[in-house]
Every structure is written in C-alpha cells, then in structure tokens.
Design a protein around this ligand. Structure first.
Ligand SMILES: *[C@@H]1O[C@H](CO)[C@@H](O)[C@H](O)[C@H]1NC(C)=O
Ligand SMILES: *[C@@H]1O[C@H](CO)[C@@H](O)[C@H](O)[C@H]1NC(C)=O
Ligand SMILES: *[C@@H]1O[C@H](CO)[C@@H](O)[C@H](O)[C@H]1NC(C)=O
Ligand SMILES: *[C@@H]1O[C@H](CO)[C@@H](O)[C@H](O)[C@H]1NC(C)=O
Ligand SMILES: *[C@@H]1O[C@H](CO)[C@@H](O)[C@H](O)[C@H]1NC(C)=O
Length: 422
C-alpha cells in the first residue's frame, strides 16, 4: 500500500527571493539608459507554467479551438487541493501533472508556491486589475465529505465544496452555470460545449475567473480608432495605441515578437507573443515550449515600442477532461480505481472525478491603475512597431511569485465582419 501523501506537501518552493536588489534609477528622463527592473523568478521551476503550457498545447491540438483562455494557477491549485484528498496512483498522477522540469532549489522557504501565488494574486485586486474568481469542487450524491479536506482546501486553495442537487444532468448543468456566472462577477460565460453527466460519487472541479488588467501606463483614449483585425474572420474593432519603454524581444528566426507590459504597480505583467506577419496561430502554438518561452523572456530588454492592441474580450469555457487524461491523469475518472479516500473515508470504488470545468474571461482595455503621476517620463526613440492586428498569444504573470495567472490566445476579435477571411 502506498502511503497517502498530500500533493501540496510534495512541492518545494521555486525561490521567492530572487528580486530583492534595488535598481536605483534616476528620476531624470534625460539620464542614461533606463535600468531594467529585476527579472521575476524563472519559469522552469514553476508548476503553473509547466502545466499551463502542456494544457495549452493539448487544447490547441484541436484546430477548431478559438479564443482559448484558462488560468493555469487556478487549475493547478484545484488539482493540488484534490491531490491532497487522494492516494495511490490517483495521487501520483495528480502530482505528475504539477511536476516541473527543473527541481525547485533546496533551502528556499518551505511555503507552498501555489497557495502563496493565489494569495499574492488576489491581494492585487482593484489596484492592479479587476478580478472575480471562484473555485469549487462539486459532489454528486457522494458519501459525506471529510471536514478536514474541506477546511484545508478552502484555506490553502480557496476551493469550496458544493453538493450538486438531486436533479438530472440538466439540473446539474444549470446549477454549475449559475455558480460560474456568480464567479465571473455576473458575466455570462461562453457556452459549455461538452456534456456533463455526473454519476453518483462524481466530483466536479470548477474554476471561474474574470480578469481586467489596469496598465501601469494607460493607452491613449483619444487615439483609439477603428481598424481591421485579421483573425479567423476579418472584423472592425477599436484599436488602442501607446508608445513607450517596454521589455521587448524579436526572434527573427521564428518570426515572433515578444513584449512584456506591466500592470499597475509592476507586480503583474502581460506578456504578448505576436507573429511578425498575418497568420493564424497554428505555427506559433506548435513552437511553444517552456525552454523557448523562458529564453524569450530572458532576452527581452527595455526598448522603445509602439504597441497597438485591439480592445477585446477573450472568453472561454472549457471542459478539460480529455486534455488532462492525455497528460496522464487517467485513474481519477474511473469509479473502480480512483482513490479519493482523503475526500471521504468511504470513497473507495465510488468517488471519482466527473469533470474539470473552467470558465474564463479577460478584457483588454486602455485604462491604467490610479496615480500615474509619480512615474518617470519615458524617452521614446524610434519605436519598434508591435502592431497586433492579427492573432496573438497572451500570458498574465505574477511578478512576485512568477506564477502564470492566465494563458490564452486571441484568434478572433468580435466586431463588424468584413468579407475576406484568413
Ligand atoms: C535632474 O536634473 C536636474 C537638472 O536638470 C539636476 O539638478 C538634478 O540633480 C537631476 N537629478 C538627478 C536625480 O539626477
Ligand atoms: C475584487 O474586488 C471586487 C470589488 O471590490 C470584488 O467584488 C471582488 O469580489 C474582488 N475579487 C476577489 C477575488 O477578491
Ligand atoms: C517585480 O516586483 C518588484 C517588487 O514587487 C519590483 O521591484 C520589480 O521592479 C518588478 N519587476 C517587474 C519586471 O515588473
Ligand atoms: C537589447 O537586445 C538587442 C538584441 O536582442 C540588442 O541589440 C540591444 O543592444 C539590447 N539593448 C540593451 C540596452 O541591452
Ligand atoms: C468587454 O466586455 C465588457 C463587459 O465585461 C464590456 O463592457 C466591453 O465593452 C467589452 N469590450 C469589447 C471590446 O467588446
């Protein structure tokens, strides 16, 4: 018999200490080259990046996917919480999903990266972004759920427990939908395409997240204008513009531009990947690896960049069962072998994972956070053009912990349709 090892205890921390150093920069804009802010921790030791990238690849291997968006941090946290209630191969498979290519350094604080990142993330609500989020594990006609599990997953991972009603699958879906809508702060999520058939003993993990970032420096309101976005369909959208100093890198060989734009306070930033030319994202999706992404981010340096972005919403509702199974999570779904004995003592042979559902929405808008006045003036010279009038990939990263809050792709921007199509 394998001992029951809670997954979250098996992580160690991928270094929270990196930044400390103070780069003193002159307040005078005429002063010599701006010293780049210190880099956040590397990606390779972080479970949110490792899982996020694998999940993204799995989702995008379905070429019909449009405007994919999910929160690797929420998915990883919820799976981590569930891992705490599992044993045997169910636990080890959950644990493997959260493995990272480079082991975390020893000696770092023994805190949990996921629950620490969740905390750091939600603390920046309102100042750095507007965030609504909710995570729950629903159970269908399950044996009594352990109070210790409920308490622990709530405290560490903000995962609530909700019983599903006695009704049929239609009633379940309705309950899940209204939960998701509340979780998104009242926003109607994209429709869920997969079927949900919760059998007795099913556990359904659900995450909902709505995110609207507030830039460190706002995009000009006056210069926003209607332009064509060359996505799945050609549409007329509002494009917003700003020239400033941003971390930027051009990979000429792979024909990709990388830009990192900080949100208010500099603790969270948006990283955008844009192909040089108009194309759909199939090529870039295939190219993406943790190593390459890591290299790109390391190579970015402060450059004058003129950024143009569509004002757009990316909304996505996903059922992740197929993808998580493809990534090796197989036992959890099977009533006969799943072992969630930490969720309920009487679970063997009954409790199983019935679904992993994810509602996410991200708004790209022009506003900055409050109090821009004390930022130094930027000296912009011959800016590089980062003209996002065609599909791009987007990451939202917590600078303090390095965690990946959101990952997604804008393949299509809503707007009045034009005739030509990509
Ligand atoms: C900024 O420039 C002014 C004059 O241009 C100078 O008096 C001041 O010392 C400079 N401050 C810094 C921090 O370099
Ligand atoms: C963020 O702040 C808004 C407004 O105060 C609030 O409604 C929302 O619940 C907060 N989100 C989180 C995740 O705490
Ligand atoms: C990350 O945050 C720290 C402090 O929270 C700040 O000093 C640093 O400049 C930030 N780095 C980036 C790249 O924004
Ligand atoms: C930024 O990187 C580019 C190429 O990656 C290089 O040519 C340039 O000198 C770098 N600038 C600074 C300030 O390091
Ligand atoms: C995005 O959604 C918000 C509502 O959450 C709406 O106010 C805004 O106009 C939308 N933006 C675009 C470009 O459709």
């Amino acid at each position: 018999m394998l001992p029951r090892l809670p997954v979250y205890l098996l992580f160690s921390l991928p270094v929270l200490l990196v930044q400390g150093s103070t780069t003193s920069s002159s307040k005078n804009s005429t002063a010599a080259p701006p010293s780049p802010p210190p880099r956040p921790p590397p990606l390779l030791g972080d479970p949110t990046w490792a899982l996020g990238l694998r999940l993204y690849q799995a989702l995008r291997s379905d070429l019909s996917s449009v405007n994919t968006l999910f929160s690797p941090l929420l998915v990883a946290s919820s799976l981590g919480a569930l891992g705490g209630g599992s044993a045997g191969t169910t636990a080890s498979q959950l644990q493997d999903l959260l493995k990272t290519p480079s082991p975390a350094k020893a000696g770092a604080q023994a805190a949990e990266p996921l629950s620490g990142a969740l905390k750091s993330f939600t603390e920046a609500n309102v100042t750095t972004f507007h965030l609504h989020t909710s995570s729950a594990v629903f159970s269908k006609q399950a044996p009594a759920v352990s109070q210790a599990f409920v308490k622990d997953s709530q405290a560490r991972f903000r995962l609530q427990h909700r019983p599903l009603g006695k009704g049929d699958s239609k009633a379940d879906l309705k309950q899940l939908h209204s939960w998701a809508k509340a979780g998104l702060g009242g926003l109607e999520g994209a429709p869920l395409e997969a079927k949900i058939q919760a059998k007795a003993g099913a556990l359904i993990l659900a995450n909902a997240l709505h995110f609207k970032g507030l830039w460190e420096r706002e995009f000009s309101g006056e210069s926003a204008d209607r332009r064509t976005f060359l996505g799945k369909k050609y549409t007329k959208v509002m494009m917003m513009h700003r020239a400033g100093l941003y971390r930027h890198h051009e990979d000429v060989e792979n024909m990709v531009q990388v830009v990192e734009a900080p949100l208010w306070g500099g603790k969270v930033s948006l990283v955008l990947l844009l192909p040089f030319h108009v194309e759909n994202l199939a090529r870039l999706d295939k190219l993406l690896t943790l190593e390459l992404l890591s290299k790109w981010l390391e190579k970015t340096n402060i450059t004058s960049v003129a950024i143009s972005l569509p004002k757009a919403n990316i909304t996505s509702t996903l059922s992740l069962q197929k993808q998580l199974s493809a990534l090796g999570l197989t036992d959890a779904w099977d009533q006969k072998v799943a072992d969630f004995s930490g969720v309920s003592g009487k679970s063997k042979g009954k409790l199983h994972l019935g679904g992993v559902l994810h509602w996410a929405s991200l708004e790209l808008a022009a506003q900055a956070g409050r109090g821009e006045s004390d930022l130094e003036e930027e000296k912009v010279e011959k800016p590089k053009l980062f003209y996002a009038d065609h599909p791009f990939i987007i990451f939202v990263r917590d600078n303090a912990t390095g965690a990946l809050l959101l990952m997604g792709a804008l393949d299509h921007a809503e707007g009045e349709a034009l005739h030509d199509e990509l």
